[in-house]
Ligand binder design. Sequence first.
Ligand SMILES: Nc1nc2c(ncn2[C@@H]2O[C@H](COP(=O)(O)OP(=O)(O)OP(=O)(O)O)[C@@H](O)[C@H]2O)c(=O)[nH]1
Length: 186
Amino acid sequence: MTGTPGAAATRDGEAPERSPPFSPSFDFTGKNKVVTVDGVRVKLQIWDTAGQERFRSVTHAYYRDAQALLLLYDITNKSSFDSIRAWLTEIHEYAQRDVVIMLLGNKADMSSERVIRSEDGETLAREYGVPFLETSAKTGMNVELAFLAIAKELKYRAGQQANEPSFQIRDYVESQKKRSSCCSFM
Ligand SMILES: Nc1nc2c(ncn2[C@@H]2O[C@H](COP(=O)(O)OP(=O)(O)OP(=O)(O)O)[C@@H](O)[C@H]2O)c(=O)[nH]1
């Protein structure tokens, strides 16, 4: 699902699921996931969509009703990074206006093959005002954090009280994330 929105939604509903070609210990795709946020269980229904251009028209149907979209690129693949802008334009056109978007630079474990610097991901994310994490589906680095941040944001939006301190997903992600240069993966 590189260069691709993966949709996380709290709604129930039918959607086709695609199986990942390998079974990483930390999976972005294909399952419902329950995340406990401050004692409240938030159910995320996760769909993986095809990244290739030829599936574009099909993918609109996936993310039209999504409450959150994880946009993944591969840090070892420049074209996947370059396609992110086009996806953001698409999302602007087809997704819900208040959709939660997160940019993820995946395969952070493959540092020797890296072609996209972490700063480039950060700059792009800042430009679009979305949170950014480098992740690894192989080691699990920042994967749980990505889902937790989305769940926290959705819970906050659903139950927003007048006197509740506002939840800032970008600040939360920045304060919690592990850097790929750091030695300790989860
Ligand atoms: N080392 C490493 N390999 C990964 C990681 N994530 C995925 N892969 C591998 O990358 C390959 C492609 O993974 P996919 O999930 O099929 O990639 P994709 O971009 O989703 O493909 P489409 O959904 O068809 O666009 C597989 O062989 C995975 O095992 C990661 O974080 N680290």
